[in-house]
Ligand binder design. Sequence first.
Ligand code: B16
Ligand code: MG
Length: 214
Amino acid sequence: MVRGVIFDLDGVIVTTDDCHYHAWKRMADEEHIEFDRTINERLRGVSRMDSLAILLERAKRTYTPDEKEALAARKNAYYVDLITALTPSDILPGVMDVLQMLRKKDIKLAIGSSSRNTPLILKRIGLADAFDAVADGNQITHSKPDPEVFLLASTKLALPPETCLVVEDADAGVEAALAGGMKALGVGSAAVNPTATYCAPNLALANWNAILNA
Ligand code: B16
Ligand code: MG
């Protein structure tokens, strides 16, 4: 039986995935580094510095550690500019209904996100108090596909990992959930992930009765 659901944030609860793309694209264009939406898919769920390393695979020169820190900071400034404009209308379809349905069934709710901007995003979309626990990029040392962020979320919920379901839009996140001994529901870009325990195009279309009673 599932007793806790741990939601990834970017791409599952809110549409920030597009903001990440535009912020990286702006920085990459300024640096004359090739970057497109296909490359961007590889950044889903991956930490800021690991994302930068993927982007720099196409750089025409090498960057020093200090320059890399500056590039990541510049991208984050562009990103924060974009997410400051987020409102509750940016919450993805089905999210509010699913949260309410799970609450009624006494299922614990958590966020498990690689993003260090998680507190700001939750505040902007009005969900700062909607979860029993929040585990995010500020509290971990190993990014997805390492299970650390989800294990931290299950510890904060005081639930064993095997009673938790993770909802993810990233292949790296699905891998992390399974590595942590949890079930994984792949949605969005991970809706066709063959390793996910369950798949659905979005939260509203998942077969929650089957998932919760398995
Ligand atoms: P930040 P998630 C992840 O959030 C994003 O999917 C990923 O693209 C981003 O690089 C990462 O957060 C770090 O974000 O730069 O805000 O700390 O999908 O794990 O909720
Ligand atoms: Mg995500």
